[in-house]
Design a protein around this ligand. Structure first.
Ligand code: FEO
Length: 174
């Protein structure tokens, strides 16, 4: 049965697995950003809480984009299982460091899938993934800009308050 179904799509099994792994990664990123939003909210950083809520939404839209692609090309899209998410952070800055780390991991993962699509001569999926390649430039840039604020503004005195306000500005430009 599986073989018969497989004949109806040109999507290679290896690529289907990688795309489903990416669906899971985006779902986990969405859940991680929710935890970051909650941490910021309960520690008084309201603008950052909104920023992370928006990031969480974006990750869900990334997940759906890949999920829909899998269905469109006749693959099997798998509703992802999301692993336990870290809820606590040592400092305000470490939340953003964790966000940047996550974005870099996503970029690397997307790049690995693009490499594999070229090996498999799956140019349709490669073309589809170019949107993500471009999106990751912006995602990493936002995360880096947020961390730079800690250096530019400084964390002393009302620094954290001002950093949170500046994150709000990144959020409104985004
Ligand atoms: Fe969907 Fe921020 O990577």
């Amino acid at each position: 049965m599986r073989d018969l179904l497989r004949q109806r799509t040109s999507l290679k099994e290896e690529i289907e697995i990688l795309l489903n792994n990416q669906v899971k990664m985006e779902a986990e990123a969405s859940a991680k950003y929710l935890a970051m939003a909650s941490w910021c909210d309960r520690n008084g950083f309201k603008h950052s809480a909104s920023y992370f809520l928006k990031q969480s939404d974006e990750e869900r839209s990334h997940m759906l984009k890949i999920f829909n692609y899998l269905m469109t090309v006749g693959g099997t899209a798998i509703s992802p299982e999301v692993a336990a998410v870290k809820q606590e952070f040592a400092t305000f800055k470490s939340v953003f460091e964790s966000a940047l780390q996550g974005e870099i991991a996503v970029t690397q993962s997307i790049n690995r899938i693009v490499t594999q699509t070229r090996r498999e001569e799956d140019y349709a999926t490669e073309n589809f993934l170019q949107w993500f390649v471009k999106e990751q430039i912006e995602e990493e840039d936002n995360a880096r800009r947020a961390i730079e604020l800690f250096e530019v503004i400084g964390e002393d005195g009302s620094g954290l308050y001002l950093i949170d306000k500046a994150i709000g500005k990144i959020n409104s430009e985004d």
